[in-house]
Design a protein around this ligand. Structure first.
Ligand code: HEM
Length: 503
């Protein structure tokens, strides 16, 4: 018995010694000791893992930058920067800096082999080869080829809202319905058929739940990616996040069926990817087609829903904005579903959407890049040695008052419009400064592939909802819930929807 107690005590002691020596080792070899930051950040990443796990790391990071300046040490080898002028340097297009290993957790193991995707790969060479054949499909001009799929899903959404809420007078949780819409719309655009989530009016099949649980894992574990080797990528038993088996199954089934049945009446991404495979057989094989399909649905649904929720909630919380939007839509004499072309003729709508993304970017963790060998000189003269990771968080960058003006925590679409007394040149210069610092979709060669598609969807959705219906929060005191878990999702936007008087 005493032998057993001794062994356990010895093991516990050895574990403590090992942890303490790891902390000491991290501290001693940290190249960022001269930068300010929370004390634990000088010897471990555990504190930031815990902070991200709590679900509002954007608040912590903004507070730290306010207190400690534009460069804050977040881990022994990780520095957060808040200066928007550094975006172009860190996310440079020429000789792009490598993504840090935080992204490796998005790889999957297939028969013991690590498989990367467009988002997770740290090889710029693999990335540029794989993205080249499909990049042009995502230009603003090309995504309009898929507008009819967005219209189909918008019509379906309106039908369900009418049946379930408008005709019954029951409150509708817009946070749920915009999420259902975003997943069904992206599936419609990608495969020519939706996922049936709007039809069901719930997530009983747990598609969305699985996505949120995976993001919870990615967000926290990406702060200490070495844990992923133990939890998810170990050769014995996966303990990691739920897999996207349903999405892989859905994509493979849709692809197999399409190959058997031939092209659909109206085009979709699947058809375009099949054409791409024929044109680039050396690069695009069946697995790559499935990778492309998955990146649409998994990267483009939650994120687009977040923008739509931000716009919806902030419009409803700001009666003056709501009223002006209604007036502008009426003046534009739009018909529903509102076309992309019509949305582009309403500058106030554009200002609302830009402000919705600025105040609530879809991604809420630092995106990290590795400083190249020659190091990085900061504008204030301090030097960051090569090999360190630099992180920048859109929630910090889009709150910079020098660029975006005062009250950056407030929803003010007017900041994107010309002010009374502002000359054309001054307005142009101010607006360009905001656009350059716009980090919502990332920057450089790894910038979001789907940004125009997302804009097409979200501008049309907001214009259509407010052109067609009178929408109010169930109670003006309603507060939504925000959870920052890599993507910054929202819950609880209960609204009362009525047919517009005179519509
Ligand atoms: C409001 C909606 C969206 C937001 C806020 C958003 C945000 C981002 C951000 C910040 C990145 C860069 C990540 C990094 O550098 O670490 C990114 C990459 C990416 N996004 Fe989006 N995204 C949105 C919609 C979409 C849509 C609709 C799609 C697909 C149809 C998509 C597909 C991708 C892909 C494939 C990448 C990786 C690009 C690469 O590494 O080349 N995203 N997104």
């Amino acid at each position: 018995m005493s032998y057993l107690v001794d062994t356990v005590l010895n093991l516990a002691l050895s574990a403590v010694v090992l942890v303490l020596s790891t902390f000491l080792w991290n501290y001693l070899r940290s190249p960022l000791k001269s930068f300010p930051g929370p004390a634990p950040a000088s010897f471990t990443n555990i504190w930031r893992l815990v902070d991200v796990f709590k679900g509002r790391c954007d608040i912590t990071q903004n507070d730290l930058h306010k207190k400690l300046g534009p460069a804050v040490r977040m881990g022994p080898n990780v520095l957060s920067l808040s200066d928007p002028s550094m975006v172009g340097k860190v996310f440079t297009t020429r000789n792009p800096w490598k993504k840090s290993n935080m992204y490796m957790i998005n790889d999957v193991m297939v028969n013991g082999v690590r498989v990367s995707n467009l988002f997770s790969t740290r090889s710029e060479e693999w990335h540029s080869t794989s993205i080249r054949p499909i990049k042009s499909l995502y230009s603003m001009t090309k995504v309009q080829d898929f507008e009819h799929h967005v219209d189909t899903t918008l019509n379906f959404l309106m039908q369900k809202l009418e049946e379930r809420f408008i005709n019954t007078g029951k409150p509708c949780d817009m946070a749920d319905y915009l999420l259902y819409f975003a997943w069904d719309a992206m599936s419609q655009i990608t495969f020519g058929k939706n996922l049936g989530i709007l039809e069901a009016g719930n997530d009983d099949r747990k598609f969305l739940h699985t996505s949120s649980r995976s993001l919870d894992y990615f967000a926290s574990v990406s702060q200490m990616p070495e844990l992923d080797r133990v939890l998810d990528k170990n050769p014995v038993k996966r303990l990691g996040p739920p897999t996207f088996g349903w999405a892989i199954g859905f994509s493979v089934d849709a692809y197999t069926k399409r190959m058997a049945e031939g092209p659909p009446a109206t085009t979709d991404f699947l058809e375009k990817f099949i054409e791409t495979k024929k044109k680039h057989p050396d690069i695009v094989d069946d697995n790559m087609v499935v990778t492309y399909l998955l990146s649409n649905v998994l990267a483009g649904s939650d994120t687009t829903a977040i923008t739509m929720c931000s716009a919806m909630y902030n419009i409803l919380k700001n009666p003056k904005v709501h009223q002006r939007l209604n007036e502008e839509l009426k003046k534009a004499n739009v018909t529903v579903p509102v076309s992309w072309k019509a949305t582009q003729e309403i500058p106030y709508l554009d200002a609302i959407m830009r402000e919705a993304m600025r105040i609530h970017p879809g991604v809420g963790v630092m995106m990290e890049r590795i400083v190249p060998e020659e190091g990085l000189q900061l504008p204030d003269g301090r030097f960051v040695p090569g090999g360190a990771a630099i992180g920048m968080n859109p929630w910090v960058i889009t709150r910079d008052e020098d660029v975006f003006g005062s009250d950056t925590d407030m929803f003010i679409p007017e900041r994107w419009l010309q002010q009374a007394g502002e000359t054309d040149e001054d307005f142009e210069a101010r607006r360009n400064k905001m656009k350059v610092a716009d980090f919502v979709f990332g920057a450089g060669p790894r910038m979001c592939l789907g940004r125009y598609l997302s804009q097409l969807e979200s501008y049309k959705l907001i214009a259509t909802m407010f052109a067609q219906y009178d929408i109010e929060l169930e109670s003006p005191d309603t507060e939504w819930k925000i959870i920052n878990s890599w993507f910054v999702r929202q819950e609880n936007i209960p609204v009362i929807i009525k047919e517009k008087v005179g519509a």
